[in-house]
Design a protein. Structure first.
Length: 595
């Protein structure tokens, strides 16, 4: 494999804060690498260093000669006066490039190519920046949170685009479905160093747990030996021979291992003191529109006690507007929303909270409350809540201005939870949060004894938290679906296949009608001989493809596969999925005819 990037002994600190020290890794041609780390440990800084936008303290970064690198920043900046098309690239009048730009921007729902960048929202600007980095066709793509501000349709398009591309990729993302389906190598930045896992996200989870278990066992052995050696150190006279001095030096090395700590949360945070009455809220035939855009039309919904609802849909279909109407921040044009007397909302918005930069983290939370009553005589202090969400004691007494973007979002989340609400409304809570924090939040919401509404494009998060969905299709079309996001996608595909099989050409329908003498209930068509053979063949092919898929997934998780084989397998898996979807849809069409 041709090495594209080689990083050796890289170190970076900000004053007394050490982000990483003496880290080394490499990326080869065609590899798709995901970088995982907790907020504030240097993910975005590392990407900025590799893209040449930030310096470093020590080490070497070597790119292959003449390598073209494209970098998507987490918060891109543009000249507000330049047009969308000019912001993408200097097309120099080349028709093919302009056409390609239009295709990519249309997929990302940016349609006015002459609109000044200053008129676009932050999310739209991020999408233009993504289009820019894709259109410049670099050899190595470095992407910082590429799925932020994308709706589900765009995320699935980008997933397919990157999955089928042979381009080399290094990215940071909180979207675990995206990570699992696109990346074949995971780099974990943890405890100031880098660990490499040669597999997808599922493989990483398995091997990371093995690493932690092995480290835990090593620390336990070191602690047992340390107690013995400590006793020897206390007994021994000050004058020691050469062997004693060697043993003394070994003791201090052993002490370093024994005093290591693996950060763990021993208990899930469960509140039992949250009361909410039987009356939650009722949407009484509400309507809302902005000019020609219909958000809701005569919408009725009675929210039940302890519901955990997910809201999904494309950008601009009214998800956030619905949430703001529920909270009383926006009024419906018609109808009303009646909220129960016992409901106490806790709202986590996309915009976030404006903090006093000179305030300490702990004081931000204590200004809301000193503690939360969990019931049963248990109380959760502000310090304990922050520690539960991975703010160390040192970080709690840091000033807000020192926090990273992800840490600020996490602090904002803590301020919402510290209000002790019984109804949580979370609008895009996963943006900028690290994967470890997302896992903690998922557990919290699973155990939360009140009501929850989550607006999110994070498919993995939705599957973990919600029990049913409101799907916003646009122009007031809202579907209530009894299941999680994965179940909804399976249902949608099946419905799409059924609709396709039902839309036969009119001439064919007319011929069938004539064949049965104009009967209003024509006999059901049977499969032809050729279609029967095709159905049998499809069953064999689907079985073979599923077996190949299982074999590749097992091989990727086996730990014995070479880098070249992993790369080839990672390219093959998305192709397999596409073939399976296509053949399964055709099988469904034929099997319905033969029923």
């Amino acid at each position: 494999m041709v090495p594209y990037l080689d990083v050796q002994h890289l170190s970076k600190s900000f004053g007394a804060l050490e982000l990483f020290s003496d880290i080394s890794f490499s990326i080869g041609e065609g590899q798709k690498v995901g970088l995982i780390a907790k907020n504030g440990t240097g993910k975005s800084t590392l990407l900025s260093i590799l893209s040449g936008k930030e310096g470093y303290d020590a080490g070497d970064i070597v790119f292959r000669r003449d390598l073209k690198v494209g970098f998507l920043e987490q918060t891109p900046r543009f000249d507000p006066a330049e047009s969308v098309l000019d912001a993408c690239f200097n097309h120099q009048g080349e028709a093919e490039k302009v056409l390609k730009a239009k295709q990519v921007l249309t997929q990302l729902k940016i349609r006015d190519l002459q609109q000044p960048m200053g008129q676009l929202s932050g999310g739209q600007q991020k999408r233009v920046a993504l289009a820019n980095v894709l259109l410049t066709e670099p050899d190595l793509l470095i992407l910082d949170e590429p799925t932020n501000h994308l709706d589900l349709e765009m995320i699935e398009w980008l997933e397919g685009y990157l999955g089928h591309s042979s381009r080399t990729l290094l990215m940071v993302t909180h979207d675990r479905f995206f990570l699992d389906r696109v990346c074949s190598v995971i780099l974990e930045l943890d405890d100031h160093t880098v660990y490499t896992y040669r597999g997808n996200y599922a493989y990483y989870l398995e091997k990371r747990q093995e690493r932690i278990d092995n480290k835990r066992a090593e620390i336990a052995r070191a602690n047992n030996l340390f107690r013995t050696e400590l006793e020897w150190m206390r007994r021994m006279p000050q004058a020691r021979g050469h062997k004693a001095r060697y043993r003394e030096e070994a003791f201090y090395e052993l002490e370093k291992v024994a005093k290591q700590r693996i950060e763990e949360r021993q208990l899930r945070l469960k509140a039992s003191n949250v009361y909410i009455g039987s009356k939650i809220f009722e949407c009484q035939y509400i309507s809302k529109r902005y000019d020609d855009t219909v958000i809701m039309k005569d919408f009725y919904y009675n929210f039940a006690r302890f519901e955990k609802m997910g809201i999904v849909g494309s950008n601009g279909t009214g998800k956030s507007t619905f949430v703001k109407m529920l909270l009383g921040q926006v009024q419906p044009d018609e109808g009303s929303i009646v909220v129960g007397d016992t409901v106490r909302f806790g709202y986590f918005s996309q915009e976030g909270l404006q903090f006093d930069e000179q305030q300490k983290v702990i004081d931000v939370v204590r200004d809301i409350a000193e503690y939360v009553d969990l019931g049963g005589g248990r109380k959760l202090s502000a310090t304990q809540l922050l520690q539960y969400f991975l703010f160390t004691p040192d970080q709690q007494y840091n000033y807000v201005y020192k926090l990273s973007g992800g840490e600020r979002r996490k602090l904002y989340l803590c301020t919402v939870l510290m209000q002790n609400p019984n109804f949580l409304v979370l609008d895009e809570p996963t943006n900028d949060l690290d994967i470890v924090t997302l896992q903690i939040l998922e557990e919290y919401l699973q155990d939360f004894p009140g009501c929850v509404i989550v607006v999110s494009h994070d498919r993995y998060f939705m599957d973990k938290v919600v029990d049913h969905l409101l799907v916003f299709h646009g122009q007031g079309d809202i579907q209530d679906f009894p299941g999680n996001y994965t179940q909804y996608r399976a249902y949608s595909r099946a419905e799409g296949a059924k609709a396709a099989s039902d839309t036969a050409p009119k001439e064919e329908k007319s011929r069938k009608h004539q064949a049965v003498g104009g009967d209003s209930n024509p006999a059901k068509r049977k499969l032809s001989y050729k279609e029967k053979r095709e159905l049998e063949q499809l069953e064999r092919e689907i079985e073979a493809l599923e077996e190949e898929q299982r074999r590749l997934e097992n091989a990727l998780c086996g730990g014995t596969t070479s880098v070249e084989e992993i790369t080839a397998m990672s390219k093959r898996l998305p192709q397999l999925k596409e073939e399976l979807d296509e053949k399964s849809m055709r099988w469904l069409e034929l099997s319905e005819v033969g029923c």
